[in-house]
Design a protein around this ligand. Structure first.
Ligand code: FES
Ligand code: FES
Length: 172
């Protein structure tokens, strides 16, 4: 099969690449776009270190042919911070010492972010299930689970603070 032009929204920006049929999304991110946050661990779908969000859902990018993401939105760890300001999940990982070697961290954060985007008040079990495809060899998982629950609390607090500042229906 010939190479194909693929257009996608990558961390909010329209991007394009010419892809071989065998190219994975992970390879495109790392080698074409220079986004090396998603890690190549097993390259077989088993470790989660390459997790990114595809149209808001976490996927292992090592198993996604990049030609199939044409027209889709992809979010990676590089798109999470707002300038110097880390995302709530990133900050909770830092504050909760949920990172050791860091190899699993981008994938963990993307899985956790997807969870909090669809469920702002997860239980401990919800968190465990959300990150069950992400392998960590360092932390024993407890600090990671606690960090995700802490990020959820921070997010709910921020939402409630912002509602208090601007009650629903308020006009400027
Ligand atoms: S590198 Fe993709 S799941 Fe391990
Ligand atoms: S922090 Fe090292 S693999 Fe998770």
């Amino acid at each position: 099969m010939p190479s194909q032009i693929v257009t996608l929204t990558l961390n909010g920006a329209e991007r394009e690449l010419i892809a071989r049929p065998s190219m994975t999304l992970l390879t495109a991110l790392r080698e074409t776009f220079g986004l090396t946050g998603a890690k190549r661990g097993c390259a077989q779908g088993g470790c989660g270190s390459c997790t990114v969000l595809l149209d808001g859902r976490p996927v292992v990018s090592c198993l996604v042919p990049v030609v199939t993401v044409d027209g889709s939105s992809v979010e990676t760890i590089e798109g999470q911070a707002d300038g110097e300001r880390l995302s709530d999940v990133q900050q909770a990982f830092v504050d909760g010492f949920a990172t050791q070697c860091g190899f699993c961290t981008p994938g963990m954060i993307m899985s956790a972010t997807a969870l909090l985007d669809r469920n702002p008040d997860p239980t401990r079990q919800d968190v465990i299930e959300a990150i069950c495809g992400n392998v960590c060899r360092c932390t024993g998982y407890e600090p990671i689970i606690n960090a995700v629950l802490d990020a959820a609390r921070r997010r709910r607090q921020a939402a409630s603070d912002s509602e208090e500042r601007e009650p629903a229906g308020a006009e400027r």
